[in-house]
Ligand binder design. Structure first.
Ligand SMILES: [Mg+2]
Length: 121
């Protein structure tokens, strides 16, 4: 089953890479956000099946944005894609109930986690 995905990353280059990968797996990209604030607004408007969430962004970081989204919709599926390999963020992501915390460049893990999510839907 294809997922409707909101891709959040302040880097246009990274969004393009993530989008290409997700499209190649048959998923539909329904929105792109460049910041945490945009992510919250687009989540409310689009109700995506999955959010890929960057952490370091200009106006609001991805952890803060994810907290807000999960507060409004506890069933939100949020997958952190980051280059940060910091236990503090990882622990916080787990506590929030995120579906994963993976390196942006680890395409096989991104694909695997999304497959597992699809099977649960
Ligand atoms: Mg970033």
């Amino acid at each position: 089953m294809a997922m409707r995905v909101l891709v959040v990353d302040d880097s246009g280059f990274m969004r393009k890479r993530i989008i290409e990968e997700l499209r190649s797996q048959g998923h539909a990209i329904i929105g792109e956000a460049r910041s945490g604030i945009e992510a919250i607004e687009l989540y409310r408007a689009l109700k995506p099946d999955l959010v890929t969430m960057d952490i370091t962004m200009r106006d609001m970081d991805g952890i803060t944005a994810a907290k807000q989204i999960m507060g409004e919709d506890p069933k939100a599926n949020i997958l952190f894609l980051t280059i940060l390999n910091d236990e503090k963020y990882k622990t916080e992501a787990e506590r929030l109930g995120a579906k994963g915390f993976i390196n942006k460049t680890d395409t096989p893990s991104i694909t695997r986690i999304i497959r597992e999510l699809e099977q649960k839907q």
